[in-house]
Design a protein around this ligand. Structure first.
Ligand code: ACM
Length: 261
């Protein structure tokens, strides 16, 4: 199975440009699963809730999601990426997974810093998509710092974690090696590059998108400021073997009599 990520610098507030940029980076290429960054349709640094509201999309009328459904059918690809989602009076920092006409929405559980002033926190069940061949677990950026999130997805049977990110701290890419070892799972982190400078604030994003294998090896990675589409062939079934050696199994050896997770 071919899996990949697209890393780029979204232009703030210009979802048409950002979608076109993804199409351009992909060109005539494809993969079975392609992960895009968090909030790739809009950029990250909203000045206020009014601006966020104006740029957010309702899933049922989303031009972006319609476009990616179309692209998913054309390329036979599962696309995963982040966008601001409007639902009633609420706005979530969300991620869509589209597989043809099928869609799963995950709303970010762990909001980072000033996101807490802008978005409602997620209220979805554990986000896992099963197409009968592979089980995909979803995560958005800062979710990484809560090991419970990935452990819960792994315990629920996820083979691959598709992690859409707008990382600003330097720790996540290294931490994902540990997450992959401790859960024996594939992790695709699609991060953005570039800077958002707005309203007197500035965020520099750290790039270095990567794919980590269940043993903790980084099997694909890229630079801190380039725009690219990269992919690699993997066997997602490798995630299903939780044995470390003949006598240790990552899940069966957990002491749930002592701790909860
Ligand atoms: C983040 O959660 N975007 C850092």
């Amino acid at each position: 199975m071919e899996v990949g990520f697209i890393q780029f610098a979204p232009k703030f507030g210009n979802s048409e440009y950002n979608t076109q940029k993804v199409l351009h980076l992909l060109g005539t290429d494809r993969a079975d699963i392609i992960v895009l960054p968090e909030l790739f349709t809009t950029g990250y640094l909203f000045k206020n809730r009014e601006e966020l509201e104006r740029l957010s999309e309702n899933v049922n009328y989303s031009v972006t999601i319609s476009k990616f459904k179309e692209l998913s059918k054309e390329k036979n690809t599962i696309f995963i990426g982040g966008f601001p989602e409007k639902s009633g009076d609420n706005i979530y920092n969300s991620q869509f997974l589209v597989d043809g006409d099928k869609i799963l929405i995950y709303r970010k559980n762990h909001l980072f810093y000033e996101e807490k002033k802008l978005f409602e926190k997620g209220n979805s069940n554990l986000p896992i998509y099963n197409n009968g061949i592979v089980k995909i677990g979803l995560m958005i950026c800062f979710d990484w710092i809560f090991p419970e999130m990935m452990r819960s997805l792994a315990l629920a049977g996820a083979d691959i974690i598709c992690h859409s990110a707008n990382l600003v701290m330097p720790y996540c890419q290294d931490a994902m090696i540990t997450r992959a070892i401790e859960n024996r799972i594939y992790i695709i982190t699609a991060n953005r590059v570039g800077k958002d400078e707005r309203g007197g604030k500035s965020y520099q994003f750290t790039g270095r998108s990567q794919i980590v294998a269940p043993g903790g090896d980084i099997i694909l990675s890229t630079g801190k400021d380039n725009e690219t589409f990269l992919k690699i062939d993997i066997d997602p079934k490798k995630s299903r073997d939780k044995n470390i050696n003949n006598s240790n199994n990552l899940f069966k050896d957990r002491r749930t009599d002592i701790y909860k997770l």
